[in-house]
Design a protein around this ligand. Sequence first.
Ligand code: MCA
Ligand code: AMP
Length: 487
Amino acid sequence: MSSLFPALTGAPAGRPALRFGDRSLTYGELGAVSGALAARIGGAGRVAVWATPALETAVAVVAALQAGVAAVPLNPKSGEKELGHILSDSAPSAVLAAAGDELPAALGDLERIDVDVDVRAADPLPAPLPDPQVSDEDPALVVYTSGTTGPPKGAVIPRRAIATTLDALADAWQWTADDVLVHGLPLFHVHGLVLGILGPLRRGGSVRHLGRFSTQGVARELTDGATMLFGVPTMYHRIAGALAEEPELAKALGRARLLVSGSAALPVHDHERITSATGQRVIERYGMTETLMNTSVRADGEARAGTVGVPLPGVELRLVEEDGAPIPSYDGETVGEIQVRGPNLFTEYLNRPDATTAAFTPDGWFRTGDMAVRDPDGYVRIVGRKATDLIKSGGYKIGAGEIENALLEHPGVREAAVTGEPDADLGERIVAWVVPEDPQSPPADEELADHVARRLAPHKRPRVVHHLAALPRNDMGKIMKRALRHD
Ligand code: MCA
Ligand code: AMP
């Protein structure tokens, strides 16, 4: 296949590519350091990437793709249980990390390869690597994503999915080499990594990563030449809340070419607050780890709050009834599950043929689990999701079952159930319903939150804990989550 990043050889060597704080690389420099790393890891099979929000992560992933080696981004805040699962499931041959990053014991004796972004070491710049001898179907990334039960599954994302989704977004957003993207998203998920890092590099444009999200950082970069902002709704909610006190922020957003939100629904109230203070409309796009991007409001289309726009070029999208029958109507009312088909889809869940088979219809449509209606002009509105056991908090997808299992491993917990409830900042917050082993001395809420954060990841920790004498169960012994309400 042709290169995923033609600009590594085609763009002027001095053009800015990546900037993280005060460290940056031009295309010439990126080609040199990623080429050197690619030469080291060629033939490695699969490599893990310690995905801190840093220059080294971007270089490591680009190098892996140049070498034709699949990369498994690791959340550096993953706890021991989550990390242990991902490593044993994906079996990488090495981990790529920034020199000086401390790696946890859970990585065991996995070979460590330091990512060197010091271009002086490569002066004069070496010639860029030839395109790897790989096919479009070869895996590019394995991204771990939560399901309703059990540990996260590794979605195997082929090179062709990355190329086609990024090119479809370029069409929808008129995204070019002149764009400068700013964001503060984590780099171990599709949003921050594929759209937020690989996207600008495929276009030959540049990205400035904030290290961590802040409204001040967004204002600074949009004032200093950035043209696009990507964020999850929690970030836009915080922006909307800061506009009154930060006049520079409103001005900066007003200058942007495109403000894009995704990973969860952006409430209409936040859309309206941003539009009234800045004159800008945030556009939403809808995607999934398994499908990359499916729909978007187009830059040349009508930005309508509460919708995720129209199917992207190359993506087939249908709504189906409970029994799988396609819904022909575009009436803005009939709700069905979204199914998608197209070159943007993943190939499989790693080591999980059962889950892969269950995810697709026999004729190759991917069952998203998202419920939607379609307006007469084709705009898709997401109205909910099939599984109540999936929680979207801060834009992260979190499976209730995974947290329940972690809570049950705490000695003070006899029974546990986890639900999501509405939260103005996070979209949903994680709520744990716990029957303590000893009702006289139940574990403290903080202790349970720390326990989950240490085993899984901080964003999976319960924000609220309720103690109960027993969980409500039906005649079959199944927990009735609908009865779990705090009055
Ligand atoms: C607090 N902290 C703790 C604990 N309590 N750490 C350990 N144990 C505890 N008990 C720490 C946290 O680690 C964090 O540290 C800090 O306290 C604040 O935590 P929190 O309030 O949870 O986080 P936040 O800073 O408020 O995060 C909001 C956020 C974040 C920045 C919006 O949720 C986020 O980055 N979301 C993006 C999710 C995303 O990219 N999703 C894409 C997947 P520290 O501050 O040091 O970190 S979806 C996708 O890819 C599809 C394809 C799509 O459509 O996009
Ligand atoms: P993940 O599995 O973490 O990649 O998250 C994918 C899920 O995020 C989708 O199945 C949707 O439920 C949700 N999602 C992504 N973008 C949007 C959006 N713009 N509006 C509503 N939900 C979204």
